[in-house]
Design a protein around this ligand. Structure first.
Ligand code: FHN
Length: 481
């Protein structure tokens, strides 16, 4: 068996990323189009993405009028944020929820505290979902929390101020699709609302004006998370125009791939070289392997994004923590969702899970924050993440014999410790094609126990020749032939 060491040159990273922000033919709008080209080198892109790659873990919030019915309609209980569509509620009936929206228990400080204590570094909230209702004070419409509800508080303003106070990044979800606005097309198939006077260009003007409000009225925004891009009226050209427009307002903002038409459905994959957006968006799923671009899995804790009071199908804290490890081991971010109630509270099941994840992150956060993907093809007992010359081994299935075998690791660590310990070194040796770390009989954590191995020099990892993954060029890779 001949081993050769090769360095994988990530040619993809050597290429300058040039972003042509030429206004599309739809850019003839009242708003100034982005003039000229915004050129961004790989180094500039990496700098813009840096905080997001470091963060690895964020809170998704789906909140709006749909929290009032809480999934229920005429005896059915299988609705949520799509209830206008799934229950075929005419718009003039749906808007009657607005005067009922009075979340008097809402406390931005409490929400941000729970996210922070869970180890989350950013919050993405629905500024406007597909139903068109705005959780912020918009000059463009009265169908917002300030004009249409008794609550009359700018929820996004309160959250943005709290995020700045507590050190989290504030980010907005914004739906391109808008079932309420008279100019949005197409209408819902079952609707009898006239569309003769609808003008989609006029709707895009409205949407861009609201996006401008979101980007200029609330301080620095980390991510604009677009959604609802799949209908035929939205085009790649409009997506590029919108991407450039947002970047012209806040050049350092990060924008997901749903600004354009690039995402492949729920897989959320796309070609960053041709489609707009800065990261991929797998939804309710985790890619089988890492992707060779930035990506973030978004996921619910139960079955619905918006609050459904009858949904008992909650993922366990163990499952959620293992999903966090799995995602980080593939170089992705995890955007975990909470659907607050109409009163403005997180469901107790969400509160419990956030707290449990937070306890785990308090001990093991170093194995998630700022890490890159595993150097190993597959570890039957768990996952691995990488940070400089430290490899973190996330053990889901603890070895009964006290021997943690790491196939393909050919270098003995300078130091091996359990993150849950006070730093007592673990014995370790290398034999043949694997390393063995001696660990305690009992797993320190019922979800994921993490062993950190720090190497005096770059660890050598043996891999099969058919893995065409891009590995940081600084780490030599031995290829088994
Ligand atoms: O239709 C939406 C859905 O309601 C939810 O907001 C998810 C979250 O990513 N996105 C869309 C479905 O892909």
């Amino acid at each position: 068996m001949r081993l050769i060491s090769i360095r994988i040159l990530s040619a993809a990273f050597m290429v300058l990323l040039v972003l042509g922000c030429r206004p599309g033919e739809d850019a003839k709008k009242s708003e100034p189009a982005v003039s000229g080209e915004q050129q961004e080198t790989r180094a500039q892109f990496d700098e813009r993405m840096e905080w997001w790659r470091e963060a690895r873990f964020g809170l998704f919030l789906h909140w709006g009028l749909y929290a009032i019915p809480a999934g229920e309609w005429k005896g059915e209980t299988n609705h949520a944020e799509w209830i206008l569509q799934t229950a075929q509620i005419p718009v003039d009936e749906y808007v009657r929820f607005a005067p009922q929206f009075n979340p008097v228990e809402f406390d931005a400080a409490d929400w941000v505290r729970m996210a922070k204590e869970a180890g989350m570094k950013y919050i993405v909230i629905t500024s406007k979902h597909h139903d068109g209702f705005c959780l912020f004070d918009s000059e463009m419409t009265d169908f917002d929390v300030m004009d249409a509800t008794p609550f009359k508080r700018d929820i996004l303003k309160e959250l943005a101020e709290e995020c700045r106070k507590q050190g989290l990044k504030m980010c907005w979800y914004h739906s391109i699709m808008d079932w309420h606005h008279p100019d949005y097309l197409p209408r819902r198939s079952w609707e009898n609302r006239a569309a003769d006077d609808a003008d989609f260009d006029r709707y895009v003007d409205y949407m861009k004006a609201q996006v401008k409000e979101l980007i200029t009225n609330y301080g620095e925004i980390g991510v604009l998370w677009f959604d609802g891009e799949w209908e035929k009226t939205w085009t790649p050209e409009r997506g590029l125009d919108l991407y450039c427009y947002v970047r012209s307002l806040q050049p350092n903002i990060i924008i997901n791939n749903r600004v354009g038409k690039g995402r492949a459905g729920m897989a959320g994959t796309y070609d960053p070289g041709s489609a707009s957006g800065d990261f991929g968006t797998p939804e309710q799923e985790i890619p089988a392997t890492g992707l060779d671009y930035d990506w973030e899995t978004c996921m619910t804790m139960n079955d619905y994004w918006g609050y459904n009071r009858n949904d008992p199908n909650w993922k366990s804290e163990i499952d959620l923590i293992q999903k966090l490890s799995d995602i980080a081991s593939k170089g992705g971010n995890f955007l975990l969702n909470v659907g607050p109630t109409a009163e403005g509270l997180f469901p107790p099941e969400s509160v419990e899970r956030l707290a449990a994840i937070g306890r785990w992150m308090k001990t093991n956060g170093d194995s998630i924050y700022g890490t890159t993907a595993s150097l190993f093809e597959k570890l039957d007992w768990g996952r691995s993440t990488t940070k400089g010359r430290t490899l973190y081994f996330h053990v889901f299935d603890w070895p009964a014999d006290g021997r943690l075998v790491v196939p393909g690791l050919l270098t003995k660590a300078d130091r091996a410790v359990l993150l849950s310990s006070s730093g007592e070194p673990l014995d370790m040796f290398v034999e043949d094609d694997h390393a063995v770390i001696t660990v305690p009989a009992e797993a320190p954590d019922k979800a994921v126990s993490v062993v950190a191995c720090t190497f005096a020099s770059e660890p050598e990892v043996m891999r099969s020749p058919d893995i065409a993954r891009v590995i940081p060029p600084s780490i030599p890779v031995r290829v088994l032939r």
